[in-house]
Design a protein around this ligand. Structure first.
Ligand code: ZN
Length: 317
């Protein structure tokens, strides 16, 4: 319903208040339009596993990967949020420089746990301990910026209500909001395949990866819109999950062009999650899990479209 009701409210507000000549001080308070619908669908870009995601291809350099991604974001005036695992990049002298470059570009950073632990494997207590273990390094990198955003590794939020709510309570106590995911195309799988194909100097296979990466991104972006339209009746600001990997760096200029050609604009994670759809991600007093478009569709007995395929482990194996 929201897609229809808000424009009507906007029109009424214009008629009631903004169009009359009475001094503003005497006018009745305007209805607040908290969630003005954008003219075009929006994506908030998020990059996980900073400062080092996936295998480093032969001849690769983590700092070049990071700087290439930062430059593409800047060229498209696209905000992005990074999620850090302080144990990643250990022993790579470039890892701290990647984080420094990210922050120097004004890009915010949040918590993705210290060791990228799986909640289903380690349990709530060890999981929350790993969240806390990441904080000293994260807070140092963030400087004065707000780092209290959390992305679950593997998007695993717990199988039982008990575990899930224990972790939500722990995250709430530490002041976090959850970075939801409402758009993803499995970009990590291309980083793995790219490293293997680079080792084999298989240029035709790399060209095929470029094609399939953009095709999957297009399919999944449309899939998110289709799910939102079917389940909610309107677009939401989408939160895209990506990773700070070598192939993502190679493809990001073309990926951002693609999204723009599809009519998307870019927004920040906090702005996207101001949308009511993300209420349970912002307010951890509400029972989880974090809303997904798939769950919204399932709740209405709508079919869930298949995901676009990702490169098989056999590619360049
Ligand atoms: Zn991750």
């Amino acid at each position: 319903m929201r897609g229809w009701t808000i424009p009507v409210v906007t029109a009424l507000a214009l008629l009631a208040g903004w169009g009359v000549a009475a001094p503003l001080s005497n006018a009745a308070p305007r209805p607040s339009i908290q969630h003005k619908l954008p003219a075009r669908p929006l994506i908030a870009l998020t990059f996980d596993d900073l400062p080092a995601h996936g295998p480093l291809p032969q001849g690769g350099d983590r700092l070049v990967i990071g700087k290439t991604i930062i430059a593409a974001l800047a060229a498209h005036h696209a905000p992005a949020f990074g999620f850090m695992n302080a144990s990643f990049g250990a022993g790579d002298p470039n890892a701290p420089k990647v984080l420094a470059a990210w922050r120097a570009a004004g890009l915010p950073i949040g918590n993705h746990t210290f060791g990228h632990v799986n909640l289903d494997t380690v349990g709530a207590d060890a999981f929350l301990a790993d969240v806390a273990r990441n904080e000293p390094a994260l807070s140092a990198v963030a400087g004065g910026a707000d780092w209290h955003w959390f992305r679950y590794p593997f998007l695993v939020e717990g199988q039982s209500d008990t575990v899930r709510e224990a972790v939500r309570a722990g995250l709430r106590d530490r002041g976090y909001r959850i970075a939801a995911v409402t758009m993803s195309f499995g970009d990590y799988a291309w980083n793995d395949a790219f490293a293997r194909c680079t080792a084999h100097h298989d240029e035709p296979a790399i060209a095929a990866l470029e094609t399939s990466y953009l095709a999957a991104a297009r399919t999944q972006a449309q899939r998110s819109r289709d799910l939102a339209q079917a389940a909610l009746g309107h677009d939401i600001p989408y939160v895209l999950l990506m990773h700070l990997g070598a192939f993502d760096a190679r493809m990001l200029p073309r990926l951002l062009n693609l999204y723009e050609q599809m009519g998307f604009g870019f927004t920040t994670l906090p702005a996207a999650e101001a949308d009511p759809f993300y209420r349970a991600a912002r307010d951890l007093t509400i029972p989880g899990p974090t809303a997904t478009l798939e769950a919204a569709a399932r709740a209405k007995n709508l079919p869930i479209p298949a995901n676009a395929p990702v490169p098989a482990a056999s590619v360049c194996a």
